[in-house]
Design a protein around this ligand. Sequence first.
Ligand SMILES: O=C(O)CCC(=O)C(=O)O
Ligand SMILES: [Fe+2]
Length: 271
Amino acid sequence: MIIGERSSGRVGISDLTIGGASDDLAEEIVGMVKSFGVAFVPGWLTGGALASLQEEFDGAFAAVAGHEIEPLTSTGKDISKRYGQTRTGLHLKYHHGEDLGKVLPRACEIFTQEWMASVAALYLGKPCTLNRHLVLCDDFKPNDEIMPYHYDEMGTLKFLVYLDDVDRENGAFHAIPGTTQSTRRLRERDWLRLDDVEKIRVDVFDSLSQDTFYAAYGQRKSFLLSRAIAFEAPAGSLLVFDTDTVHRAGTLVEGRRRRVVRSSSYRGYWP
Ligand SMILES: O=C(O)CCC(=O)C(=O)O
Ligand SMILES: [Fe+2]
């Protein structure tokens, strides 16, 4: 006998949404990421702030056009230093120590706001390293998924901003709320056993058997998949998530494009 509706305990997108004008933006975001692993601020950047970030993004790619592109590793991992290939396009990575303020002044200003530092400190503890990496990501090659469901090898707090209007056909970010703590255990166990970034099995749906998946998450794959949220939202929307929350970037159909900027913050002092 199955007790309860299939929808019992379901978390919806409205449970994860915060208004950008909130007085306690940092506290609200931290509370939500602690509870669900992800927080959503639709239409966070608008007008001139959004336009200047889009312009900076396009300028950065224009400046490297024709330069050599670093490939993915043989197992499809992306460990490029600067200008690299992705499954569905190209990205540019910047390190916080590289005088980011001179190279990308708008992005630097937007991603080092006081309240973001508070989110990082409240969520990760002090000391922590705010926005150690900033990645500009341009997806334009069609694929069933820009990135399949996964967790990141390193436990990270990410801020991700859409620079285009995003729907289910141009790579909506998806996350499965409530998976964060289970993934963290899994990730730590893999690192202790394998001690090699290439071997960490981040694609949980494909790499784990149904039984191992159930042991780790306490749910069967299809059930947990039915709990995924697709974040369809206008350009300028912000997502804040713990990368131990199972997540993906969805389908990109022919003729569509998706630009995002995302930054990674870490526990501890990591120059
Ligand atoms: O670009 C996205 O939508 C997701 C990227 C991702 O997996 C990540 O930033 O960890
Ligand atoms: Fe990820």
